[in-house]
Design a binder for this molecule. Structure first.
Ligand SMILES: [Zn+2]
Length: 415
């Protein structure tokens, strides 16, 4: 049982100091590969070094602070998250995981505790989709999943990801050096804000993440017929937008039903285009993306395929056609039982309550899970708001998260 306490004011001070390193006209913005990002990292490096970490940048641009363990075990205990933000983002998404890790390490050191495992504190490069449209660049590279073709992606100015990575000190020609083997980590831990309100509604402090949801995207094209909006009688139309609207309403209805039946699935139609998109024309073609997410791969497949079958029925009942094109289908990443248990134990030791939660959002942990047992803990954020300047967490809650993170590190060190 942990008898010492992390320094809440010090953690809070660091969170606010890093947040201040922002594009001044657009708080709180620290985009990967921007001058603010560089300044943020310079500041972070100093903080890491002040705690006694040996700081290096791997060839994929991940900043890693290392502290040797006492037992010279060859697999490190990795803790991390990210210091980049979305445009007009918040002050806690990502930075909390990095700075709470730092606070935990500092508290251990101040109390004379050396873990048996080496500790690696990682600020992963570009967790948020950068100007290159790709997310989790650093953790993907560490897992060996960043493709060479990804490096040719360009931002709006024509700069390639390869060039951008070089500018922050990465060596994109030698990505294999950043790659870690399967089972090279003793464990991976990441503290993050929940970005939702389930914890608060349940009046629980700590969320133990059970899985990071799989994301599936299908492109749906409804083919009706474009006609004159004045001359074509209602009964003779093949309005593709009305057909699409029935599909959209059914998606919500059936997905709500699936959740009532015990499946944790979300489905969204967030992109839609219609043609000819004119006030005086009956819409002839509508194209939209159905995005569905779940921590259960089988349920996700069954639910989405069921929905798509119903789309076909809706279209044919309205004498129209529908074309369905799969875009992508990932798999859910399960947290390791040992890591979940360590978080639960540490939560109890801290006198707090926990509950299991699935993460609908993607995180670096999904890729770190390829390097060994991995897991995440969530703390509440105000009204579940995130990726907005209003994102907020009260200081005591940040401290609770860091305390549990430290406790979980101590638990995992026993493995
Ligand atoms: Zn994040």
């Amino acid at each position: 049982m942990t008898t010492f306490t992390i320094n809440s004011d010090r953690l809070w001070g660091r969170l606010m100091a890093l947040a201040e390193i922002t594009r001044p006209d657009l708080p709180w913005t620290r985009r990967s590969f921007s001058p603010e990002f560089d300044r943020g990292r310079d500041w972070l490096r100093q903080e890491f070094e002040s705690v006694g970490l040996d700081v290096s940048l791997d060839t994929a641009g991940n900043m890693i602070g290392r502290l040797p363990g006492s037992a010279q075990k060859n697999r490190p205990l990795m803790v991390g998250s990210h210091s980049d933000t979305v445009p007009s983002g918040g002050r806690f998404d990502g930075t909390l995981g990095v700075l709470a890790g730092l606070e935990a390490i500092q508290t251990l050191r101040e109390n004379g505790v050396t873990l048996e495992h080496d500790i690696e504190l990682v600020d992963f490069l570009a967790e948020e989709p950068s100007e290159f449209g790709l997310s989790c660049i650093g953790s993907k590279a560490m897992a060996g999943m960043l493709q060479d073709s990804d490096l040719d992606l360009q931002d709006g100015t024509g700069r390639t990801l390869r060039e951008a990575m070089r500018s922050i000190g990465a060596v994109p020609e030698q990505l294999d050096q950043a790659r870690r083997a399967e089972n090279s980590n003793a464990a991976y831990l990441e503290l993050h804000i929940e970005q939702a309100t389930r914890l608060k509604s349940a009046n629980v402090e700590i969320g133990v993440v059970t899985d990071i949801a799989a994301i599936r995207r299908d492109n749906v094209r409804v083919l009706g017929q474009t006609d004159h909006a004045g001359a074509t009688p209602m009964g003779l139309r093949k309005d593709a937008l009305v057909t699409a609207s029935q599909m959209i309403a059914l998606t919500e209805e059936l997905t709500e039903q699936a959740n009532e039946d015990g499946a944790a699935i979300v489905a969204t139609i967030g992109r839609l285009e219609l043609s000819p998109n004119a006030a005086n024309a009956v819409p002839g073609v509508v194209e939209f993306t159905l995005e569905s997410r779940s921590g259960d791969d089988d349920k996700l497949r069954a639910h989405t395929e069921g929905l798509l079958r119903r789309f076909e029925e809706i279209a044919s009942a309205r004498r129209q056609k529908v074309e369905i094109q799969p875009i992508s289908c990932g798999t859910a990443v399960k947290s390791a039982g040992a890591v979940m248990q360590a978080i639960e134990t540490a939560t109890r030791d801290a006198g707090l309550s926990s509950m299991p939660l699935s993460s609908g959002a993607g995180h670096d942990a999904a890729y770190a899970a390829r390097l060994g047992p991995a897991g995440m803990l969530f703390i509440t954020c105000q009204d579940g708001r995130s990726h907005t300047p209003e994102e907020w967490v009260d200081q005591p809650e940040c401290a609770e998260g860091a305390q549990v993170l430290m406790g979980a590190m101590l638990e995992l060190d026993k493995l």
